[in-house]
Structure formats: structure tokens, C-alpha cells
Design a protein around this ligand. Structure first.
Ligand SMILES: [Mg+2]
Length: 223
């Protein structure tokens, strides 16, 4: 029997800025903070505090989502607020073609599940690691769970997927756009900085593919 020629078993995608695009380049956290808390400076300040080690990732999530909850945000408000988030051009076609070529697809992302499910309701991912929002029967936010799998955690998620799919890090490819993708881009067998403005990521990635059309990655994943 011939071994498959495919160089990778699994392609892991980031979401915001990679698969899901906003006309002004915002991520879902910025969109929802704008809508419910209402000041772009807040994002910058919390990001700075996180990077300085003053707050943990989970505390950062608590600050943001707790603020939306106190503002009375409902599921319908959230869906309305993220109406400008759209799939990357060519995303659906790319997923179909990659699956046809035998690749398994997964998401490891600092996004929020409600956004991913809204933008990709029939997504093809065999595994999804994201932050989680819960809504009560009346639609208000009743809880949330910060993902342990952002930044360095993205590498741990890949390791879990390697075990689950009985493959190796060398046979995992990663596609992402931002600073939080740097650790997994270093650890994966092959990485693409896609639609990226992050110098650090572009420097460590094996390939740089300009966005926004996701079909730009296809030549790297032949069958
Ligand atoms: Mg991103």
C-alpha cells in the first residue's frame, strides 16, 4: 500500500483575523467591548495589563465578559453586535477542498464559541478549543469559561490533538494571524502567517500568505 503523500494529517486554524474577518480588523472581544462597555481604550489597557503579568488570561476574560453581563447583554444583543463578522473569503471552498484532500481540520482559538457558531454554523472542524459563553433561558449571560488553550496554551491544545488523532506535531500545520499564535506557530510542523500584520508571527512562520482570501493557503496543502 502506498503511504499518503499528504505532508500533514491535521490543519489547526486560529479564528479572529484568520477565518473570521471584521471590516475594521477587530476581533470579537473588541466588537463586544465596544458594544457593551464602550471604550476602545479599555481593550488596550487590559491587553497591556495582561502582557505585563498584572492580570491572568482568565481574569482578563472575567473583566470583559463580566462587564457585558453587568450591562445586561443578551444572546440576541451579542448576535446583533457581531453582525459585521464574516467568514474569510474562500473559507467554505477551502475547507471542502482540504477535507477532500484528506486533511482533518481543527480550531484552537482565543475567540468565543458564540461567534464561531454564528459565522460558521455548519463548520467542518473535528475539534474546537475556544472561550465559552453561557446564556440563561431569558437570554442573559449566565456564565463563561476562559479557554486554557490560548497563547502558550495553543501548544497544549495541539499536543492533545496529536494524541487524539494519533499523529505528531511534525504532521500538524497551523494557520493564524496574530501575536497569540506565535507559540503554536513555532511548535507545529508547518505554520502559515495568514492575513497577518504581526511581525513576530511572520518572522517565525514557515510561510506568509497575504489575506483576506483563505484560498491562498491551498497550494501548501496538496493531496
Ligand atoms: Mg487571530
Amino acid at each position: 500500500m502506498l503511504a499518503p503523500m499528504r505532508p500533514y494529517d491535521l490543519i489547526i486554524f486560529d479564528v479572529d483575523g484568520t477565518l473570521m474577518h471584521h471590516p475594521e480588523g477587530l476581533v470579537i472581544w473588541e466588537v463586544l467591548n465596544d458594544r457593551f462597555i464602550g471604550d476602545r481604550r479599555l481593550n488596550r489597557e487590559r491587553y497591556r495589563r495582561y502582557r505585563a503579568g498584572e492580570i491572568s488570561y482568565a481574569e482578563w476574560v472575567d473583566l470583559d465578559v463580566g462587564g457585558w453581563q453587568r450591562a445586561g447583554a443578551t444572546r440576541a444583543d451579542v448576535i446583533e453586535a457581531i453582525r459585521d463578522l464574516a467568514p474569510a473569503p474562500g473559507a467554505h471552498e477551502s475547507f471542502a477542498l482540504l477535507q477532500e484532500r484528506g486533511y482533518r481540520l481543527a480550531v484552537v482559538s482565543g475567540t468565543i464559541d458564540v461567534g464561531l457558531n454564528h459565522v460558521f454554523p455548519e463548520h467542518p472542524f473535528e475539534a474546537v478549543f475556544t472561550n465559552h459563553l453561557e446564556f440563561a433561558a431569558d437570554g442573559t449571560i449566565s456564565g463563561w469559561r476562559a479557554t486554557p488553550y490560548d497563547l502558550d496554551g495553543k501548544v497544549r491544545a495541539m499536543e492533545a490533538l496529536v494524541r487524539r488523532f494519533a499523529t505528531s506535531a511534525e504532521r500538524c500545520a497551523f494557520v493564524g494571524d496574530a501575536f497569540n499564535d506565535v507559540p503554536i506557530a513555532r511548535a507545529a510542523g508547518f505554520s502559515i502567517a495568514f492575513n497577518s500584520r504581526c511581525e513576530e508571527l511572520m518572522a517565525v512562520a514557515d510561510a506568509v500568505v497575504p489575506g483576506p482570501d483563505l484560498r491562498g493557503i491551498l497550494p501548501y496543502f496538496l493531496d
